[in-house]
Design a protein around this ligand. Sequence first.
Ligand SMILES: [Fe+2]
Length: 162
Amino acid sequence: MKAIEEIRNHPLYVEYYQKLEQEEKGRIFCCHQMGHLLDVARIAYIKNLEQKLDIRKEVIYAAALLHDIGKYRQYANGIPHEKASAEIAEVILSEIAEDAFSETEKASILRAILGHRRFREDMEALERLIYTSDKQSRNCFDCKAQKECDWDADKKNFHLCV
Ligand SMILES: [Fe+2]
């Protein structure tokens, strides 16, 4: 998983992750930090195995780790975070080891990041995986801020997804 550590340690990733951490201090709603990013990666990888999608583990972890990295820019400037995350991810993916991901895999990771907030019937396999895992990672049934949260009721998890 060398490529994943390259992403996590990339200066741009570190910079935006630290800004995000700072911004989400004291936040009562869901955060977008490592716990969430790894929940998404692990749920997505389990689904990948269950559904026999055969997507490389590194590709799933890269998409999961990067999908919310632009969230700070949404807090700061109102830029939708799927767009900000895809922009940041594109730079990072172009600067890590050339053989880490094929061009097709990079395009698929960027599409998954861009598409992770809204369901579409024609989603690609990785896009759908990240969308679904992102939603299932949230434990709304156990959340103290559930009443104040502006997520649509049909997106909230009122029961444990197994
Ligand atoms: Fe997320």
